[in-house]
Write a new protein. Sequence first.
Length: 319
Amino acid sequence: MVEPTELAALLLEEYGMAGAAFRALPGAEKPVYRVQAEGAPGWVLRVYPSESEAAVAADATVLAFLERRGYPAERVVPTRSGAAWARRSIGVALLSTFVNGRATGFSPADLRRLGAALGRLHALPLDDSLPLPRARMLPRGEIAYARSCLAAVADRVPAELHDRYAAVEAALDAVDWCEDLPDVLVHNDCHPGNSVRTPDGRVVLVDWEGAGRGPAVVDLGFLLVSGEITAFGPNRLRPDPRRLAAIVDGYREHRAPELRELERLPSAVRFRSLVAAAGSLARRVERRASGGEPPWWWARYLAADEIAVRVRRRFEERD
């Protein structure tokens, strides 16, 4: 974490905020703070390592594009000099507005609104007036990372994990990168936890880190599986076909996927679970652990084909 005196100096010198209160937000991988001042709605301050300036610039470009298109999202707060971010000895800081509301739940009503928010995002027209970066968690790069995790422990895999290692390796080889499918602006990490239900009833996507151009079906696939099976532990959601139907119904308010996108949906649903599988397996080998039940990602992997069938059927239904 950054020292409070350094944060106070950053807010005063770069943004003219004297006496603003700030607190660290839990669960973030990097320093992230809620900033508040009397009479103001508040802001979010993210502090990145100095070497991450290119990534911060890409994120700021995406947020500027969303503001230009009038799409609901957090807005970049420029520094006193008009820059989109501040470079300091503590790192690169990006200040954005705070989206007020409550966490989006898993009810069909909330998921329909979330599906609509994603469909509206994917329907935004792209042009060259503000070139967008590529998203940072697309299949090509993520699968390469997963393979590197497996390669790092290849000579240490115990006999009892050989079959699992081979299965994950083969599954990674079979993943469709979907790179020839329609390119849109993707959120990159669309799930209920990265969205907020605002007081006026809308669902607004937050945490745009890594967003950029990419195949629409990859973004949609991750939302679909996230609405069906929770991550990081046993699935807490009881079976309810209305959840997937709600996401589809909201999404198609703004965009109808092409047939070729629906045909390739299984890979879009499962590729992130395979990346998690490779990382989990590599850590297990590093710890010299074996046995145990497959974790949350296995349920997501196995469910991909069924989810794709149900979703395609719903998209093809007529109102």
